[in-house]
Design a protein around this ligand. Sequence first.
Ligand SMILES: C[S@@+](CC[C@H](N)C(=O)[O-])C[C@H]1O[C@@H](n2cnc3c(N)ncnc32)[C@H](O)[C@@H]1O
Length: 266
Amino acid sequence: MTDQSSDLRESVRRNYAAAAIQVTEGAAGCCGSDCGTTPRTAVDIDENFGSALYTSSDRDSLPAEAVAASLGCGNPTAVAELREGERVLDLGSGGGIDVLLSARRVGPTGKAYGLDMTDEMLALALANQKKAGATNVEFLKGTIEAVPLPAATIDVVISNCVINLSTDKPAVFAEAFRVLVPGGRVGVLDVVADDALSPAQRAERGDYVGCIAGALSFSEYRRGLEAAGFTDVEITPTHAVADGMHSAVVRATKPAAASGAPATDA
Ligand SMILES: C[S@@+](CC[C@H](N)C(=O)[O-])C[C@H]1O[C@@H](n2cnc3c(N)ncnc32)[C@H](O)[C@@H]1O
């Protein structure tokens, strides 16, 4: 990792640590806005991000702090069509909102993993898991560029407004491919830029930690997923988050015949 990437990752970590602390104490730094410093119970983000993008029945069924910490750009559990018994991995799980919703959808025979690099977010997520009484949930500390799970152990990879924050997106796509079983799928929400926007033009529209400057374009996203081995890539914009930039649903499949399954004794 270059010094510049490692500085960027550290500023992302610091901002989201502050956002986790804000849920109870008041701090600053999150997607899509200039976060203030006044104590409050929900992170201060604009209407294009956060818990307003969930149905009221989803929100009402969760601990208030999981809802308050929501920083995503959609509801990936609604797009991933989760089924009973599936194993789900949420890349950049934050306060745990999508992990808790996934856990409910996959039921006691399934499992929902949340992965995040920020200790303060993991602490908040664990507290939310306890409040929700969810037993089929595990939060892992690590980065989405080096997922601490074995190959071919996950049925569905979800993520909510996090991949744009990665300084090594090819590694994220390769790791998602590695951990999925053959036939497994990706159902992600992320910020995506119009192909016409250069990286400099994306950076004019918002900062990196605010989920704007690091966004891939539609073509870059598709090429990145296909280079990792994914097929059936679909990227569908849902709403604008800045001029020429969108929240989008990203779907892809790991081919059923793909390698990546653990070696078995023949
Ligand atoms: C915009 S918030 C989204 C949180 C959550 N998905 C949600 O919808 O509320 C970004 C989260 O991703 C985590 N994150 C950012 N980059 C990461 C990386 N490279 N590896 C692991 N976690 C990362 C941050 O710590 C933070 O919790």
